[in-house]
Design a binder for this molecule. Structure first.
Ligand SMILES: Cc1cc2nc3c(=O)[nH]c(=O)nc-3n(C[C@H](O)[C@H](O)[C@H](O)COP(=O)(O)OP(=O)(O)OC[C@H]3O[C@@H](n4cnc5c(N)ncnc54)[C@H](O)[C@@H]3O)c2cc1C
Length: 461
């Protein structure tokens, strides 16, 4: 019997039927971005922290490598299994344990889908403010492990700002439980921070305590068209100043993105598709009358100063959602392959120049290249969808495309990953954004917590 067989036999004894699958049964395990079925030793789906701990203890004894999977929506190939790995899925860690409306916290298991949690909180007149396009599939554990960002970061911060407590299982099966519920707790090192954004390489998150906020009572939304990126920045500053802290989203779409996702094969265009920039702006407050008036005043003043050249204000929730679909549903530009998705951050003042340099660099290399640009720019974050259209004979396409995107970032003090992490896809570029000293400390942390490299090996480093 090989070590792997022994490990599998012990896991089968531990877990109930249906909590361990292998062979063709793994065909259902695919990622959001790739429908190819997973190939791995097996997939286990423990039902509690204790079961995760037992699974890890057995794997530790047998030197068995593991990859953790949540909703499989990550964009950097960090949860795609390798054939020699066991997949640990959090799909059965699904309990929302307690919603504390007084303390403003929720205690939740790692496999709960983000949208499920958002809806459960809304029923109690509370809001869990992390929000992103993958809300219907991504899990809280995945959000923690990637330090997810999304559309409300400018008001509520990233996942790191929303986690109060955490339970995590280490590579040898040790349960590290720090289920703190308070905003203030300075009892030495804040261990949970190690695991937030660690992409499953340091431990498996099983439960968390998250911050909640009172449900907003008003929402104002508009889609604005503008001619220049300076207008986009000026309007952001004005909105931050004049909306009295209610600005919750400021999503910028370059004209090429809106033209790509609207029209015959996409969404209905709510205004001309020919403008250089579109901004989806949203504010949420607690006083519907004065919030509406303040938002209206903002729109009028920027319209009068000719900064916005056109605007659409939705008259119903259905119209509001159809504007958000333009921002979030980009399905129609994903075909044909190959296309590459990028997520970078850099100071907002450098963005316009950087985007122009990237566009020039791409068309110099591949004249028929399509590049769609959008971003949560208030937090310095932009995304590119790039289809080089280079012909089938071209090799190293992805690496060459990476080169165009990343080569200039350093000079702008930018980052090769704003919110998607490193995974397997960006690891060869990590040193562009992190110094040797930083990477050495990261490696030392990995060695201390996972000395035999069992958790998500080959991701990040
Ligand atoms: C349409 C779309 C829009 C998106 N928009 C955004 C956005 O605006 N902002 C943003 O930040 N991201 C965005 N993403 C990326 C993705 O949704 C996030 O990275 C998300 O947090 C991943 O969660 P997941 O459950 O799918 O994790 P997975 O993809 O399953 O895993 C991601 C990583 O976390 C690890 N992991 C998962 N669960 C655990 C756990 N319990 N313990 C330890 N490690 C774990 C995995 O091993 C892997 O390394 C988007 C993706 C899509 C498809």
């Amino acid at each position: 019997m090989t070590k792997t067989d022994e490990c599998l036999a012990k896991l089968s004894k531990l877990l109930s039927a249906g909590s361990i699958v292998h062979g063709d049964e793994l065909d259902r395990v695919t990622s959001y971005w790739d429908s190819a079925p997973a190939r791995a030793v097996a997939m286990v789906s423990p039902r509690s922290t204790e079961e995760v701990s037992e699974v890890l203890r057995i794997c530790f004894e047998h030197g068995q490598q593991i990859v953790t999977q949540g909703g499989m929506t990550n964009c950097v190939k960090s949860a795609d299994p390798l054939p020699e790995e066991i997949i640990l899925s959090t799909e059965k860690l699904k309990r929302i344990e307690v919603i504390d409306t007084v303390g403003g916290t929720v205690t939740v298991e790692a496999g709960v889908v983000l949208q499920t949690l958002q809806e459960a909180c809304l029923e109690k007149d509370m809001v869990f403010p992390l929000d992103l396009g993958a809300r219907g599939s991504c899990t809280i554990g995945g959000n923690v492990a990637t330090n997810a960002g999304g559309i409300n970061v400018l008001r509520y911060g990233m996942m790191r700002n929303l986690v109060l407590g955490m339970e995590v299982v280490l590579a040898d099966g040790t349960i590290l439980s720090s289920m703190n519920q308070m905003l203030k707790n300075n009892t030495a090192y804040d261990l949970k921070q190690l695991f937030i954004g660690s992409e499953g390489t340091l431990g498996i998150v099983t439960r968390v305590v998250l911050r909640l906020f009172p449900k907003p009572l008003s929402c104002q939304t508009a889609l604005l068209a503008m001619d220049t990126f300076n207008d986009v920045i000026d309007t952001l500053k004005k909105a931050q100043r004049e909306l009295g802290g209610t600005l919750s989203a400021y999503e910028v779409m370059w004209g090429n993105y809106v033209r790509g996702v609207t029209g015959e094969t996409g969404h209905a265009a709510p205004m001309s598709r020919d403008f250089p920039f579109y901004v989806l702006i949203e504010a949420e407050g607690s006083d519907p009358t004065s919030d509406d008036e303040r938002f209206q005043r903002l729109l009028e003043s920027i319209y009068e100063s000719s900064v916005i050249v056109d605007a659409v204000v939705p008259k119903s929730e259905t119209e509001r959602l159809s504007l958000w679909k333009i921002r979030e549903d980009f399905e129609c530009i994903l075909e044909p392959e190959p296309f590459f998705l990028y997520d970078v951050s850099l100071p907002i003042v450098a963005m316009d120049e950087y985007v122009s340099r990237v566009e020039t660099g791409l068309t110099e290399k591949w004249p028929a290249c399509e590049a769609y640009v959008l971003g949560h720019i208030a937090d310095g974050n932009i995304h590119f969808f790039i289809r080089p259209n280079a012909g089938t004979e071209v090799t190293h396409l992805h690496e060459d495309c990476d080169g165009v995107l990343y080569q200039d970032l350093k000079q702008y003090h930018g980052s090769i990953s704003a919110e998607h992490g490193i995974g397997m896809e960006k690891k060869s570029w990590l040193s562009e954004s992190r110094s040797e000293a930083e990477i050495n400390v990261m490696r030392a942390m990995k060695k201390a917590l996972d000395p035999t490299n069992l958790l998500n090996p080959g991701r990040v480093f």
